[in-house]
Design a protein around this ligand. Sequence first.
Ligand SMILES: Nc1ncnc2c1ncn2[C@@H]1O[C@H](COP(=O)(O)OP(=O)(O)OP(=O)(O)O)[C@@H](O)[C@H]1O
Ligand SMILES: [Mg+2]
Length: 241
Amino acid sequence: MILLEVSGMTKQFGGLRAVDSLDLSIEKGQIFGLIGPNGAGKSTAFNCIAGAFAPTAGVITFNNEKINGQKPWDLCKKGLARTFQIVKPFASKSVLYNVMVASFVTTNSRSVAEEKAIKVLESLSFSDKKDILSGNLTIADRKRLEIARALATEPKLLLLDEVMAGLRPAEVDDMVQVLKTIRDQGTTIFVIEHIMRAIMALSDRIVVIQFGKKIAEGTPKEIANNENVIKAYLGEDYAVA
Ligand SMILES: Nc1ncnc2c1ncn2[C@@H]1O[C@H](COP(=O)(O)OP(=O)(O)OP(=O)(O)O)[C@@H](O)[C@H]1O
Ligand SMILES: [Mg+2]
């Protein structure tokens, strides 16, 4: 079943076409990667899908419903959650409080929200830090909190914008495992990432964009060996057997 379908999606900022007639479709249960050089239009594509911007043209279909121009909070209730490239938790509040705020998307009860938040923290091996103030977390833990907040809304589709940026190699490996577990528990994942080792290990399929346009699509292996992708983004040393 196709969970997300983007067709001819374009986002124009004045004279700049940040996303240019983008087509892609994501099957339920996939981990789907989006890569490309800085400024390629990746975050803008996410912003259009998650409702932060209405696309200038094109159709976005989520769970068989056209969602163009719907607001982020409505989309979130329908099961489309995202993280932000720049993480901004409520710094003076605890980890648990931050996750509970997100749980209220699916319940009005404080005790249920707390129960759900604790479950999410457990699933991310994060419960031991539930009482720490978010402003005191390390970068790796802030990223984990960002994912926890998105997961607490119980999404069908999770959009992750560079959740591994700034992590050490061992932390990247942990995050790859965390994301695989989230997928195995039933959440489809759409991920933007610059760390190739991670995106290659995670993705079932990858789309590459440059200047807002799709330049390649395929399995990680196909992408790693695609000449256009090597020229535009990966560099000559990257090609793998
Ligand atoms: N709100 C905005 N108003 C005007 N221009 C914007 C806006 N948001 C993004 N852009 C421009 O659109 C282009 C695509 O930006 P975007 O942030 O989507 O790239 P990206 O692929 O996410 O890059 P990075 O890998 O650096 O995060 C850039 O030229 C950027 O300057
Ligand atoms: Mg970006």
